[in-house]
Every structure is written in structure tokens, then in C-alpha cells.
Design a protein. Structure first.
Length: 329
């Protein structure tokens, strides 16, 4: 099977990203699908797209269906789904990168400048967000997404975090601020995603993963569905109102997608393995993976902790009929 040429690079950063586990997850998906190319790659909890870009490179011709409950994030992926939108996002990021670099001042001044610049941009972005209204409005320009992408690139480990009032409050990346020669991003990464996603006819929704799966039911036959929900016991409110869904709810959504003909993979904390097996007895569950940096830092260490993780695989047509989702559809 051919790979995208050149392979897409991930334009964002994301704490606890599943990019590190992508080889294991995609090998499992490939085996479950018998080596077939999925009719679509469906990621209804796309987040920072840690696995998405790897899946796009693995299956370079598969259409993409993406959704997320975080409106600025959904809007960013929407703008990255077209060549023109992604080029505009990259233009904004490049402008900020030039201001971020400041090559003619000493290292200590660079550190101070970058921290101040990040705070100024964050405050400005929060102020504008109050008055922009519906970010998914087709008339909205990609400039706001470009500045959001800069915030993610310049924040601690790419942390996407909001206060209860909807204010972006992630701190500046010490790794970038303390290393003057470190670039904010790699030129061309945003634009390349847009060209590729537009070719695939990518669809992006600002929606709950269940609503997205119901909408896309006619396209799920032969698709690969990957669900990576917010994990309980970690920081889940990256978007106001965002909570970790219970396994019962997730299992029903998986059964729905399976009933529609999709191969379903789910990443989840390993301690939920027994409940997953009980609710989806036809699924295969391996619980020997580790997600790096998935838990909030402790007061003692101030470092994010790794977490044992499971990977669930559900083949098409396996599992009980999901009554609630079936009625909603």
C-alpha cells in the first residue's frame, strides 16, 4: 500500500498524544480490517489529532470524518480541511513565528519576550473570542484559527486548556521560551495538511461523538472508527463542559458503529478493562499499553504522569444493538 508522498507531519502539539502509540494502534487496526483500506477514517473525538495524521499517512486515499466538542479546535480542523484555509492558518502562524524568534536579542531577553508575547496573544485571543459568535459560521475567516494554532504550539507541551468561563489559560512552553533557537513550528506543515485533506474531501463537525456517529451512519460501512475520549482521573475540561463519558455510553456508541459496519478502536484507561469486556463481550481488549504524560501533574513532582491504557477492538456487526442510539437515529 502506498504512503502519502511526502508523509504529512503533525502541525500541532498535544499533551499525552497518542502519536507515540500510533504504530501499535494502526497495526491493530490493519489486522482487524484484514489489510483492507478503510472506506473512511472516522475520528469523532479528534482533539489534537495525535493518531489522525498517522492514520492519514497509513491510508492516503481514505476520506476523513472528524468531530470534536471543543469549538475552537473543531474550527481549526475545519480550516485545515481545505488548501486555502490551511494556507491562511500557516500565514498567521508564520507571522507570529517571526515575532517569536527575535534572533538579535540575548537569551534571557528572548525568554522574557516569549513569555510576554504568549500572554499578550492569549489575552487578545480570549477577548476576541467573546465577540466572534459561532466559530463554525462559514463566513468566519481562518485568522482566529491561526492564532489558536500559535497558542497551542507555544503552550506547555501543546496543552489545550480552558477555564470554566471559556478562557484559554494554558501557560507558555518553558521548553520553547528557555531555548532561543527552538522554532515555534516547522514551515509547510499546516499547508500540507490542507492540500491533503481537501483532496480527501474531509468533513469536520463541532459535535458530540455520538451525534457525529449518528450523522455519519450511512458512511460507516467499511470505515475505521477511532474513539479517544477524555480520560477520567485526568484533566478533562480542555473545553468548557467537557467531561469524561462513562464506559456504558462509550460502549453503546461502539456497538452502534459496529452495527453500521465499522471497525472500531477505543483508547481508554486500563482499569476499565473488565467493564469493557462485560459490556462488549465480542470485543478484543489488550490492556498493556502506556500513555505518556496522560495524567495531571502531582503537587510534589509537578510532572505529568504516565498511565496504563487499554486498546479495544470491535469488528463490524459485533456486540448488542445500541437501543438508545438506534432510537435517536
Amino acid at each position: 500500500m502506498r504512503l502519502a508522498s511526502p508523509p504529512l507531519a503533525h502541525p500541532l502539539k498535544w499533551v499525552g498524544s497518542h502519536a507515540r502509540l500510533a504504530p501499535v494502534i494502526l497495526a491493530t487496526a490493519d489486522e482487524a480490517m484484514g489489510g483492507r483500506t478503510p472506506t473512511a477514517i472516522v475520528d469523532p473525538t479528534v482533539g489534537g489529532g495525535g493518531l489522525l495524521i498517522h492514520a492519514a499517512n497509513r491510508w492516503p486515499d481514505a476520506p476523513l470524518l472528524l468531530a470534536d466538542t471543543c469549538e475552537p479546535l473543531a474550527r481549526l480542523w475545519l480550516d485545515l480541511s481545505t488548501a486555502a484555509g490551511a494556507a491562511e492558518v500557516e500565514r498567521v502562524v508564520a507571522e507570529h513565528d517571526r515575532l517569536w524568534a527575535m534572533p538579535d536579542i540575548d537569551p534571557l531577553a528572548v525568554r522574557t519576550w516569549r513569555r510576554k508575547w504568549h500572554k499578550m496573544l492569549r489575552d487578545q485571543w480570549n477577548l476576541y473570542s467573546k465577540y466572534l459568535g459561532d466559530l463554525m459560521d462559514p463566513e468566519m475567516t481562518p485568522i482566529h484559527s491561526g492564532e489558536f494554532a500559535v497558542l497551542l504550539r507555544g503552550s506547555y507541551n501543546g496543552l489545550c486548556r480552558f477555564s470554566a468561563g471559556g478562557q484559554f489559560n494554558a501557560p507558555c512552553s518553558a521548553h520553547l521560551a528557555d531555548k532561543p533557537g527552538k522554532p515555534l513550528y516547522t514551515p509547510g506543515t499546516f499547508a500540507a495538511v490542507g492540500v491533503d485533506f481537501e483532496r480527501r474531501g474531509a468533513i469536520v463537525r463541532h459535535a458530540d461523538y455520538r451525534a457525529a456517529l449518528i450523522e455519519w451512519a450511512p458512511r460507516l460501512a467499511g470505515a475505521l472508527v477511532y474513539i479517544d475520549p477524555p480520560f477520567p482521573g485526568t484533566f478533562t475540561a480542555y473545553s468548557p463542559g467537557c467531561v469524561a463519558p462513562p464506559i456504558s455510553e462509550l460502549a453503546e456508541a461502539c456497538a452502534w458503529a459496529s452495527l453500521c459496519g465499522a471497525t472500531v478502536l477505543v483508547s481508554h484507561p486500563a482499569e476499565g478493562a473488565d467493564e469493557w469486556r462485560q459490556r462488549l463481550p465480542g470485543a478484543t481488549v489488550r490492556a498493556d499499553l502506556t500513555r505518556r504524560g496522560a495524567m495531571e501533574p502531582t503537587a510534589a513532582t509537578k510532572k505529568r504522569k504516565d498511565r496504563p491504557e487499554l486498546l479495544l477492538t470491535l469488528l463490524p456487526g459485533v456486540g448488542a444493538e445500541p437501543r438508545a442510539l438506534a432510537r435517536a437515529a
